[in-house]
Ligand binder design. Structure first.
Ligand code: HEM
Ligand code: NAG
Ligand code: NAG
Ligand code: NAG
Length: 384
């Protein structure tokens, strides 16, 4: 064998590696949000992406009773090094069991389908969560969304920052403050399971739920987390979208982390081992059955009634200022108007082409999921 023929396979491999490396440095990740990019950046990036027409959202499940979801076809596997996981224990669990792609990147339609199949989340709730997240944090051209966030040191992103792939962990979008088991972004990590906060979760479950998490615990713990953030986080934010989700998510865990075989007085109590399994490990407890009827935030009115906190934010530590300008739980239309006209319009001031088309399609899906009472749809980019 000559040196030449020896060298050529190496050269081929080298060229291949070089190609891969170059692609990695240059390519804009298919799941990274295009929000906030300049017209010039969009003109460079959008043509490199594989554009998709978003499909209609899936409808409700045909069989919507309890069933084994920790089944043979959906074994737990911990995420590998390239896999993305984020602040939502529900989505992390779905990805770790293969209801969602295990890399943590999915279309909104896949996320809706998986949330229904794996947790019996109701159709409206799943559509609302998936499209609001996608509009804020997804890539609207490729129709892909990351359920997580992590920093990658693969060159620079087009904004000149080390490439940050934020997905739904991006603070101030869907991700917010005063989470039950995650710290506030101000303290450095907005999405990881926080063992100290989980100890508090256990303590509250013992004190108010006789050792399980139920709506009474949800109400007390929701209030406690808000008080903690008011007392310690100068940038605490509970306005608009976060006002809505902070209360809703406290009820999600009651409804969707309860084994669906429990009925009557047994229902609506999540034991601590199960809670730890979901919140910390993103894993179904052995033999888990999903909820026995479609649900999402049922019972949230109890959580709200126990300790209502109006929408607002801290202006310095311990200085909570009420601010209803972004809407909230008691003003859904105000929330919708702010979300469309300020949040989304701010991310995408002047979209064109396929981006504009897909924005409009997703804005329709979002509005349909939610249908805020007495609140006409806004068309910030005209109609397709
Ligand atoms: C349908 C799509 C969904 C999306 C886009 C979504 C997204 C999110 C996000 C971004 C958060 C973080 C908010 C924060 O606390 O800062 C979150 C929290 C949470 N999600 Fe989801 N989620 C979805 C479905 C589900 C499902 C199916 C479940 C339950 C089975 C669930 C349960 C929860 C709970 C309990 C929290 C609160 C975690 C905590 O406060 O520590 N979610 N979700
Ligand atoms: C949220 O957390 C991630 C991971 O720690 C971090 O990179 C990011 O800067 C945080 N904040 C924002 C604004 O997304
Ligand atoms: C939660 O559990 C506690 C202790 O068993 C009980 O007193 C309380 O009524 C329960 N709350 C709900 C809403 O079921
Ligand atoms: C939203 O913005 C549009 C265009 O600026 C404006 O015409 C409309 O009145 C706004 N809608 C609401 C409800 O604020």
């Amino acid at each position: 064998m000559s040196i030449r023929s020896f060298a050529s396979p190496f050269k081929i491999i080298y060229l291949l590696l070089l190609t891969l490396a170059t692609t990695e440095v240059l390519a804009f990740p298919a799941y990274e949000s295009l929000g906030g990019l300049s017209a010039r950046q969009l003109a460079e990036i959008v043509p490199t992406l594989n554009a998709k027409v978003p499909g209609r959202p899936p409808g409700p499940l045909r069989f919507s009773g309890a069933k084994l979801v920790d089944d043979r076809d959906h074994p737990f596997r911990a995420p590998g090094p390239g896999d993305m996981r984020g602040p939502c224990p529900g989505l992390n669990t779905l990805a770790n069991h293969g209801y969602l792609p295990r890399d943590g990147v999915a279309t909104p339609a896949q996320i809706i389908q998986a949330s229904q199949e794996g947790f019996n989340m109701n159709n409206n709730g799943a559509r609302f969560a998936a499209y609001s997240a996608h509009l804020m944090n997804g890539n609207l051209v490729t129709d892909l969304l990351s359920i997580g966030g992590k920093t990658r040191k693969t060159g620079q992103d087009p904004r000149g920052q080390p490439a940050l792939i934020a997905g739904i962990s991006e603070h101030g979008t869907f991700e917010g403050d005063a989470s039950l088991t995650r710290g506030d972004d101000f303290f450095g990590d907005n999405f990881s399971f926080n063992p100290t906060l989980f100890d508090q979760f256990v303590d509250y479950s013992n004190r108010f739920g006789a050792g399980s998490y139920n709506l009474t615990v949800a109400a007390e713990l929701r209030f406690q987390r808000i008080q903690q953030s008011i007392a310690t986080n100068p940038e605490f934010n509970l306005r608009g979208f976060r006002h809505f989700t902070a209360f809703a998510e406290a009820a999600f865990a009651v409804n969707m982390f309860t084994d669906g075989r429990k009925t009557g007085a047994q229902a609506g109590h999540v034991d601590i081992d199960s809670a730890r399994s979901f919140f910390r490990d993103g894993r179904y407890p052995r033999g888990f059955h999903r909820a026995n009827k479609p649900s999402a935030a049922e019972g949230v009115e109890l959580v709200i009634a126990a300790h209502f906190v109006p929408p607002g934010h801290n202006v310095g530590v311990n200085n909570y200022v009420v601010d209803t300008s972004q809407g909230g739980l008691t003003d859904l239309c105000g929330f919708y108007n702010f979300f469309i006209n300020t949040t989304i319009k701010g991310l995408y001031p002047n979209p064109t082409g396929v981006l504009r088309r897909n924005l409009n399609i997703n804005l329709d899906f979002f509005y349909e999921s939610f249908n805020p009472p007495n609140c006409p749809q806004i068309f910030p980019y005209g109609r397709n």
